[in-house]
Design a protein around this ligand. Structure first.
Ligand code: UDP
Ligand code: MG
Length: 316
C-alpha cells in the first residue's frame, strides 16, 4: 500500500486510592475519548491499597474488557510508587500517566499523543487553571515549585502534575533509575530528551476526596528537594562556617575586653544568646544531614519498591 499507518500500543496508567465512587464514570469518559484513536490501548489500574473497595469495581471492569489490566498492591505505597509499578508492567510504545479522579481530562490525551507522534519523547500537560482546590494548596504548591526550581539544577516545569505521555525510551530510562524516593516529574525532567508542553484546564474531582493529605505532600516535597538538590546540605555547612566565625570574633573581643580594656562584666545574656543561637544552628544542620542519611539508609536497605498481591498481567 502507498499509505500505511503504524498501529501502536498505548498504555494508560491509573493509580487508584479510594476512588471507588467515581471510577466507573471515569473509565467510561476515558473510553469515550480514546475510542476513535487508531491505536491499541492497554489500561492498567494500579490499586494502591485503597481503604474502600475499588478492587471489586476494577475486577468487574477487567472482566468486561480484555485490554484492561490491574495490579493490586499489597498496601498503600503512595501515588508515585503506584505509578512506577504501572510503568514497570506497561507494554506500550507510549505510556500515559494520569490521575483516576477525573482531574486530568481524557480529552487532552489526543493532544499529548499528537506531540509524541511529532517526535517528542515526553509531552507533559501544563495546567492553566486549577478548579476545586483550596487556596492554601494552590499557594503552597506554587511557592514550593518556585523554591524547588531555584535550588535544583534540573528545570522542573511549573504547573505540571504527572499527567503526561512518555515513549518507550523514556519509560525504560525511568525504570533504570533505582532510587526509592520517587519524584517522577523531577526524574523525567532530569532525564532530558525532547520534551514539550500541552496546556489544559485542570478539572475538579469526580467523586471522593484527595488522597494527598498534607503529610503526604510534605513527604513528597522533601523527597523532591533531597533527590534533586544538595543545597540544604550546603546551607548547613555555610551557616556552620558563619557561626563559627562569629564565635571566633566573640572570643577575641572577650579576651580583649578582659585583658586590655579591663571593662569585662560577666554577662550571662550574651552567653545565653550565643549558646541558644549556636545550638539552634547545630540542630538545623544535624536535622538536614539526617534527612539525607535517612534516605541513604532507605536506598542501602534495597527493599523492593512495592509488592503485588495479585494481578492479571502475566510474568508480573
Ligand atoms: N493516589 C494513589 N495513592 C495515594 C494517593 C493518591 O494512588 O496514596 C492516586 C489517586 O487515586 C489519584 C492520584 O493518585 O488517582 C492523585 O491523587 P489525588 O487526586 O488524591 O491528589 P490531588 O489531585 O488532590 O493532588
Ligand atoms: Mg486529584
Amino acid at each position: 500500500p502507498f499509505f500505511y499507518y503504524l498501529r501502536r500500543v498505548i498504555s494508560i496508567i491509573l493509580p487508584i486510592y479510594n476512588e471507588e465512587k467515581g471510577l466507573v464514570q471515569f473509565t467510561q469518559n476515558l473510553n469515550d475519548s480514546i475510542r476513535d484513536i487508531p491505536h491499541d490501548f492497554e489500561i492498567i489500574f494500579v490499586n494502591d491499597g485503597s481503604q474502600d473497595h475499588p478492587l471489586s469495581v476494577i475486577l468487574e471492569l477487567c472482566r468486561e474488557n480484555s485490554t484492561y489490566k490491574y495490579i493490586n498492591l499489597s498496601r498503600n505505597f503512595g501515588h508515585q510508587i503506584a505509578v512506577t509499578a504501572g510503568i514497570e508492567h506497561a507494554k506500550g510504545d507510549y505510556i500515559i500517566l494520569m490521575d483516576s479522579d477525573g482531574q486530568d481530562p481524557p480529552e487532552v490525551i489526543r493532544r499529548l499523543l499528537a506531540k509524541a507522534e511529532e517526535g517528542y519523547d515526553v509531552a507533559y500537560a501544563q495546567r492553566i487553571k486549577r478548579k476545586d482546590e483550596s487556596w492554601l494548596k494552590k499557594i503552597t504548591a506554587s511557592a514550593f515549585y518556585k523554591m524547588l526550581n531555584k535550588i535544583t539544577s534540573v528545570e522542573i516545569p511549573v504547573d505540571t502534575g504527572d499527567f503526561r505521555i512518555l515513549n518507550r525510551k523514556v519509560a525504560d530510562a525511568l525504570i533504570r533509575m533505582p532510587e526509592k524516593q520517587r519524584y517522577l516529574r523531577g526524574q523525567i525532567a532530569w532525564l532530558g530528551y525532547k520534551q514539550a508542553a500541552v496546556s489544559y484546564e485542570r478539572e475538579g474531582r469526580n467523586a471522593g476526596e484527595t488522597g494527598y493529605t498534607y503529610k503526604k505532600m510534605i513527604s513528597l516535597a522533601l523527597d523532591a528537594i533531597t533527590s534533586f538538590s544538595n543545597s540544604p546540605l550546603r546551607l548547613a555547612t555555610i551557616s556552620g562556617f558563619v557561626c563559627a566565625f562569629i564565635g571566633l570574633l566573640l572570643i577575641i573581643y572577650t579576651l580583649y575586653a578582659k585583658f586590655i580594656l579591663k571593662i569585662y562584666e560577666p554577662g550571662w545574656p550574651s552567653l545565653m544568646i550565643t549558646i541558644v543561637f549556636l545550638g539552634g544552628i547545630q540542630l538545623l544542620g544535624i536535622g538536614m544531614i539526617g534527612e539525607y542519611i535517612s534516605r541513604i539508609n532507605d536506598n542501602v536497605k534495597n527493599r523492593p519498591l512495592y509488592l503485588i498481591s495479585d494481578t492479571n498481567i502475566e510474568h508480573a
